[in-house]
Write a protein that binds this ligand. Structure first.
Ligand code: F0G
Length: 457
C-alpha cells in the first residue's frame, strides 16, 4: 500500500539499493557506507513541487496527528505510528509491533537552566518509553519491518538499552532474539530486561565494538535480522521525537537540541526528522543539533578536532556512562553530516561533569541515566564557550531512565563513584548534591537527631 513511496540510498556513494537486495550488514557493497531511507517527496533536497504532489498539507497533518491522541487504536496511541504518514515503511501498518512508545514528556528544567546559564531549558525525556530508553521508538519501526519480511530471529550488539528494547519488541511479536553484550560492561538493569523478555543473551569477553564485529560475522551466516542502528529503519522511528518536540512547542522549533553521542545514530535520526518537517512546511527552520560525548569515549570529538570530520579517529572507550562506551561508532558519517547541516557542535565532558549534571537533573525530580546527563554537562561547556547564548531555547534529549543504572547513582551518593583526582575543582559542588545514606537504630530519637542536623544546615 505505502511501499512505493520510499527508497534506500547510500550516504557514501549515493547509490540506491532495492529493498529486497539490502545486504545483511546494511552496508553498501560499493563503498561500505550506510543507507538512509529517502522519500522522493519530502526528504532533504526534494523540490517543493515534488513535496506537494506527495503529501497532504501541513495543517491537515498537524490536525490528524493531534486528533489521533484521542483514539483507542493501538497504532494511534503510539507516539511513533501516530506520525505514520512520514514513515511509510510498512506495506501494512496494522502489522506494526507497538508497546505504545513515544508521546514522552517535555519538561521544563528551571534549576538546570540556571546552573547552565540559559533562560529556557527543556528536557525531552525519552527514558519514559516502555523499556526505559529512546531505543523503543526505533525498535518499533525496524522490528515491524523484520516481521513483515518474514524473519523469525532478530539480533543486536548492545551496551544494554538496544538489547532491552529489541528483546521486549521481539517478545511482543512472538519472535526470537539474540543479544550480544560486553561482559561486565553494561548496567544490570538492562541485562535483566533482556533476560526477562526471553532473549538468548550472550555476554562476550570483549567491549561493545568487539560485539559488533562478532555480530557482523553471525548475520552473514545465519538467517537473523540485524537491529543495530546501522539498520536505516531504526532511524525512521527515532526521528519522531523531533515531531513531538515541534508539536509540543506549537510547531515552533527550539534554537538548539543537545543529544548524547555513542554509536551516533540518534543525532542523525533527530536531524532527519527536523529537516523533513521543514521540507513538509510543518516548521520554518531547523534547530542546531549538538552531540556530546564522554571524554573517555570521544571518537567523534577527536575526528572533528583532528580530521575536520573527514575520517574517523576510533578510540578504546572508557567511561562509567556505559551506554555510550563506544570507540568505533558505526554512524559517525551521518553524525558529521547532521552537525554540518544544522550548524551544531560536538563537545566532550569529564566523568565528574557527567556525575554533577546527573545529580542536578535528579534534583529537578526528573532523573536520567548517566549517558543522558552528558547533555546538560555539554550545554554548560557550550554556554561557557559562547556557542550557546543565554537567550536561546534549548532542548536536552534525555535518552534513558534513572533506574536503568541505579548502581551509578548509589555509588555517587556513597562517594565511591569518582576518584579524588577526577573531581578536582568540583569537590564542593559535588558534595552539595551528595545525599549519602545513614544506618540508624530503629528509634524515633535517632531519626529525629539526624533530621535536626539536616534541617539546621
Ligand atoms: N543514551 C543512551 C541511554 C544509550 O543507550 C545510547 C546508545 C546513547 C545515548 C547513544 O545513542 O548510539 O545513537 O549515539 N546505546 C546503544 C545501545 C548503543 O546498545 O543501547 P547513539
Amino acid at each position: 500500500m505505502t511501499e512505493s513511496i520510499y527508497q534506500l540510498r547510500c550516504i557514501g556513494c549515493a547509490s540506491i539499493v532495492a529493498r529486497d537486495q539490502m545486504p545483511s550488514n546494511f552496508r553498501c557493497p560499493l563503498c561500505g557506507e550506510l543507507y538512509e531511507v529517502e522519500y522522493p517527496g519530502w526528504s532533504r533536497g526534494a523540490s517543493p513541487t515534488e513535496t506537494k504532489s506527495w503529501m497532504p498539507n501541513a495543517s491537515a497533518l498537524r490536525w490528524l496527528w493531534k486528533e489521533r491522541c484521542h483514539s483507542t487504536d493501538p497504532l494511534d496511541q503510539s507516539g511513533v505510528w501516530r506520525f505514520r504518514e512520514v514513515l511509510p515503511i510498512l506495506a501494512d501498518f496494522s502489522q506494526a509491533v507497538t508497546l505504545r512508545e513515544g508521546n514522552t514528556p517535555l519538561y521544563s528544567m528551571p534549576r538546570s537552566a540556571k546552573s547552565a546559564g540559559v533562560e529556557r531549558l527543556l528536557a525531552k525525556h525519552q527514558g519514559m518509553n516502555p523499556t526505559g530508553s529512546f531505543k523503543d521508538t526505533g525498535m518499533t519501526s525496524a522490528l515491524s519491518v523484520a516481521r513483515e519480511r518474514g524473519y523469525t530471529w532478530v539480533a543486536c550488539a548492545s551496551t544494554g538499552n538496544t538489547s532491552a528494547a529489541m528483546a521486549a519488541y521481539a517478545a511482543r511479536a512472538g519472535m526470537n532474539s539474540l543479544v550480544l553484550i560486553p561482559e561486565g560492561k553494561i548496567a544490570w538493569g538492562k541485562l535483566s530486561q533482556a533476560m526477562d523478555y526471553g532473549s538468548l543473551t550472550c555476554q562476550l569477553r570483549t567491549d561493545f565494538d568487539g560485539c559488533v564485529h562478532v555480530l557482523g560475522e553471525v548475520v552473514k551466516r545465519a538467517p537473523v535480522y540485524l537491529l543495530n542502528s546501522v539498520n536505516p529503519y531504526r532511524l525512521e522511528g527515532q526521528k519522531t521525537p523531533a515531531f513531538e518536540i515541534a508539536e509540543e512547542l506549537d510547531w515552533e522549533v527550539p534554537d538548539h537540541v543537545i543529544v548524547p553521542g555513542g554509536n551516533l545514530a540518534n543525532c542523525s535520526a533527530l536531524g532527519k526528522g527536523f529537516l523533513e518537517m521543514r521540507q513538509l512546511g510543518l516548521t520554518t527552520r531547523v534547530p542546531r543539533i549538538s552531540v556530546i560525548q564522554a571524554e573517555g569515549a570521544n571518537p567523534l570529538f577527536l575526528s572533528i578536532e583532528q580530521h575536520g570530520g573527514n575520517s574517523l579517529q576510533a578510540v578504546e572507550a572508557q567511561t562509567r556512562a556505559t551506554a555510550i562506551r563506544i570507540g568505533n561508532p558505526a554512524s559517525w558519517r551521518k553524525a558529521v553530516r547532521i552537525l554540518r547541516e544544522t550548524g551544531g557542535f560536538c563537545e566532550q565532558v569529564t566523568e565528574a561533569e557527567i556525575a554533577l549534571a546527573k545529580a542536578e537533573i535528579g534534583r529537578e525530580g526528573i532523573g536520567c541515566e548517566p549517558a543522558s546527563a552528558v547533555t546538560l554537562a555539554g550545554l554548560k561547556k557550550l554556554v561557557h564557550q559562547g556557542k550557546v547564548h543565554a537567550s536561546e531555547s534549548v532542548v536536552l534529549l534525555l535518552t534513558g531512565h534513572t533506574l536503568k543504572d541505579s548502581d551509578y547513582t548509589i555509588d555517587f551518593h556513597r562517594r565511591t563513584l569518582l576518584k579524588p583526582e577526577e573531581s578536582v575543582g568540583l569537590e564542593s559542588v559535588l558534595a552539595s548534591l551528595e545525599c549519602g545514606t545513614v544506618t540508624l537504630d530503629a528509634s524515633a530519637e535517632a531519626v529525629l537527631r539526624t533530621l535536626e542536623e539536616r534541617m539546621s544546615k
